[in-house]
Design a protein around this ligand. Structure first.
Ligand SMILES: Cc1cc2nc3c(=O)[nH]c(=O)nc-3n(C[C@H](O)[C@H](O)[C@H](O)COP(=O)(O)O)c2cc1C
Length: 190
């Protein structure tokens, strides 16, 4: 069965980003596509060290906190959705570090992210959502991935854990986006 990995970039185990990722995973399952949510909350992800050894190793040379296992899961899946809390107007650093290392490993090993389907979701109290969404899109497009749209951009408002669920329009937008990810995967791999 086709599968989508949903990567939450929040340090909170039960924060807003996880709430959003869980809701998106549920929609994907309803479409008949497998979904697995992976959280970075208990992981410390270093930034890429530019050693360029991933081309010879087939994985990242840094063996920290299971990122290589996550990379293998992303490689095996047909889809990848990432969610980030916005910190000072940008996507949280650990998530961007993970994306840069995933992108480098894939790019130097046959460009295996090409034609995977997915996209980013930004979560914040109030500001920097569009900039963070765009920042994460850079990873998708240089990796030759396919990003479906929705009825709005993938941004959800929420401050205290759980409040993202009260942003009705935001939740509807990302759920529709997630359904579109699953539908597109079925078209491509059905
Ligand atoms: C260090 C830090 C910086 C933040 N910067 C912003 C920001 O620039 N804009 C904003 O709207 N919210 C900002 N927030 C609030 C979070 O984005 C918001 O609480 C979000 O819901 C956290 O998601 P989470 O529960 O998944 O961790 C910041 C929070 C922290 C801890």
């Amino acid at each position: 069965m086709a599968k989508v990995i949903l990567l939450s970039g929040s340090p909170r185990a039960k924060g807003n980003t996880m709430l959003v990722m869980d809701a998106c995973a549920e929609i994907i399952r309803q479409e008949g596509v497998e979904a697995e949510v992976i959280s970075l909350h208990d992981k410390k992800i270093r930034s890429c060290i530019a050693c360029y050894r991933c081309g010879e190793l087939g994985r990242c040379s840094i063996d920290d906190d299971g990122l290589n296992e996550i990379i293998e899961k992303v490689k095996a899946a047909e889809g990848l959705i990432v969610g980030a809390p916005v910190y000072y107007g940008t996507a949280r650093g650990d998530l961007m570090s993970a994306l840069q290392r995933i992108g480098m490993v894939a790019g130097r090993n046959g460009r295996w992210l090409s034609w995977k389907v997915g996209g980013p979701i930004a979560v914040a109290r109030r500001g920097g959502l569009s900039a963070s969404y765009q920042e994460m899109l850079m990873f998708y497009f240089i990796s030759e991935m396919i990003v479906p749209g929705s009825t709005y951009w993938n941004i959800v408002f929420g401050k205290e854990p759980g409040t993202a669920g009260e942003d009705v329009e935001g939740m509807e937008t990302v759920k529709r986006f997630s359904a579109n990810v699953a539908k597109l995967i079925k078209k491509l791999h059905g």
